[in-house]
Design a protein around this ligand. Sequence first.
Ligand code: HEC
Length: 163
Amino acid sequence: MEDKQFATQLMIIIGVLVGLTVLILILANVLISDTDYSEDVIVKGRIEDRIKPVARLALAGEVANAADTASSEGDDSNEPAASGLSGEQLYAQACSACHATGVLNAPKFGDKASWGPRMAKGADKLLASAINGIGAMPAKGGRVDFSDADIQLAVDYMLGSVQ
Ligand code: HEC
């Protein structure tokens, strides 16, 4: 009788321990989800930003980058050259901070309702606001190092999300 009782209690304890182990394994799996961020446009943009070359080669007569243009005196175009990034990359780097979530009431990416009334102004007006700033949005979203052509690409990319 004593032995039988002991055996039953032992089985119960082992059962509980096995149950706990399984529970911990499931929890660990849920907590450590292996999300792959390498395809995230924002992450990708930041990586590209960090690993981009620090200098560009310019052949005679060509403009290599913004710093070149700005420092060349007598040159009346202080416009940085287009960065060579795509609209999606530019958006990820310069615009998504506000437009992905709608911070400060920024019209949200892909949200037709918030873009509708703005689209009515016409693409040119929207581009002008993006370049010069509007309300809480600073000129070029704060990235004055981007050329107007870059901003145009970013705006096109954003407007493409609601068309
Ligand atoms: C600091 C936050 C912020 C960043 C960064 C930002 N925006 Fe905005 N943007 C706003 C806000 C806020 C508005 C709404 C302003 C208003 O209508 O008062 C807005 C409005 C706009 C509009 C609509 C303008 C209009 O005339 O209705 C466009 C187009 C736009 N942004 C493009 C961009 C682009 C392109 C970038 C990246 C280069 C960018 N924004 C980055 C905050 C931001």
